[in-house]
Design a protein around this ligand. Structure first.
Ligand code: SF4
Ligand code: SF4
Length: 387
């Protein structure tokens, strides 16, 4: 497969003027990829990001979302900022506002992609699937004409890292199907199973009950422990945070990443070719996902922004850059004695970060072969062809 172009701007800014700032470099990256090739006048354009959580505040900042919105408007598109719900939808909109993501700050409407119950979605068949044959894509994504996937690149306790692929595969589908069945959670579990609770290992700390976004866990005074089947979204958060390993959602990394790639393919299949662009922000790269109730300090320094139209290439390029960064002191990396340059996300999360990239390429989501074109500052459009 031939190499695809991805454009990169470093987070370093050594010259004290606006043209060398990261927001200015994002403008240049958006110019360089040329949105007019992807968006036609009046296209409804989903700017798909992650709204974060009350405690995980290191989301892509509104200053960058606004640049994306402005660029979409400049080519005649109709942008809206969106994310699928992670907690109750109306509360999730409050979280977005708390993290600064509003119509006023971003310059475009902010919508929950799958409605007030997380089930405004459309079932989509997955071509060439191995495990999941159909998944429900959130309607605001399904019905959009084009999409710009704006991802906060960071570690992930279960998948190893989160970037472009995860933002579509996990973030583009609803927690519920349109008729109320389990949906996104099926990606975290095998055959839709509930987390299994092991009484012998449980110390009744209650953290799982606290973290469950839908109050599916009920613990009664150290006497009874119940997970309600209909309420549980199968998100796996309870199992991920249980220090006693008393909750188990048995799934291998290979299986989880295959599920995510299958769902990503479903989301991508709802767009015509060349209608989706991916932007990864390698900034404030904490070890865990933005849906957790807190954000630790970054494990590597800010690296910058990557943009391209292939999710696998964009994630591969981002990983390659992060793998050349030194782990930061006073972070989870140093706590775990990860001090050498290398795959810090894999080391701190003890996961195989290459799996989603390899499976993504194998299943035809994209290519790992890319040409990195570095942008150093904002330039006038007329000078772009000089480089
Ligand atoms: S987090 Fe784990 S140890 Fe704590 S109550 Fe839940 S299952 Fe038990
Ligand atoms: S998997 Fe755990 S945290 Fe997630 S909804 Fe079910 S019980 Fe709640």
């Amino acid at each position: 497969m031939s190499k695809v172009k991805v454009f990169y701007a470093s987070a370093r800014s050594k010259v004290w003027n606006y043209e060398h700032s990261l927001p200015a470099k994002l403008e240049e990256l958006l110019d360089r990829i040329d949105l007019s090739k992807y968006i036609t006048a009046k296209d409804k354009v989903a700017v798909k990001t992650h709204f974060g959580s009350q405690g995980a505040f290191r989301v892509v900042r509104p200053v960058f979302l606004r640049k994306v919105v402005n660029a979409v408007k400049a080519v005649g598109g109709k942008p809206f900022i969106t994310d699928t719900t992670r907690i109750e939808s109306l509360e999730y909109l409050e979280v977005a506002a708390e993290n600064g993501i509003t119509h006023l700050t971003c310059g475009a409407p902010v919508l929950i992609a799958d409605g007030i119950r997380g089930q405004d979605s459309t079932p989509v068949k997955i071509e060439g699937h191995k495990h999941i044959s159909e998944i429900s894509v959130a309607n605001a994504v399904y019905f959009a004409d084009a999409m710009i996937v704006v991802s906060h690149f960071k570690g992930h306790i279960q998948a190893g890292f989160g970037g472009a692929i995860k933002n579509i595969g996990m973030g583009g589908v609803s927690p519920k199907t349109h008729c109320g069945g389990h949906n996104r959670g099926r990606l975290h579990s095998v055959d839709d199973k509930l987390p299994a609770w092991d009484k012998k290992k449980c110390n009744w700390c209650g953290r799982c009950e606290e973290i469950c976004p839908v109050e599916a866990i009920k613990i009664d005074k150290k006497k009874s422990y119940e997970i309600t089947d209909e309420a549980c979204w199968r998100c796996g958060r309870c199992a991920r945070i249980c220090k006693q390993k008393a909750l188990d959602m048995p799934i291998t990394s290979e299986r989880l990443n295959t599920h995510i790639i299958e769902a990503s393919k479903a989301v991508m299949s709802t767009f015509k070719p060349k209608k989706v662009i991916f932007i990864n922000f390698m900034i404030e790269m904490q070890p865990e996902c933005d849906c957790m109730p807190t954000a630790d300090v970054p494990v590597v320094n800010d690296q910058g922004i990557i943009i391209g139209d292939d999710p696998v290439a964009v994630d591969q390029a981002s990983m390659d850059i992060v793998c050349k960064a030194k782990p930061l002191p006073d972070s989870l990396a140093s706590d775990m004695e990860v001090t050498e340059i290398g795959d810090t996300f894999a080391a701190v999360n003890k996961k195989e970060t290459h799996l989603s990239l390899e499976i993504g390429e194998k299943m035809g989501l994209g290519t790992r072969q890319y040409e990195l074109i570095t942008v150093v500052k904002k330039m006038k459009k007329s000078k772009l062809s000089d480089e």
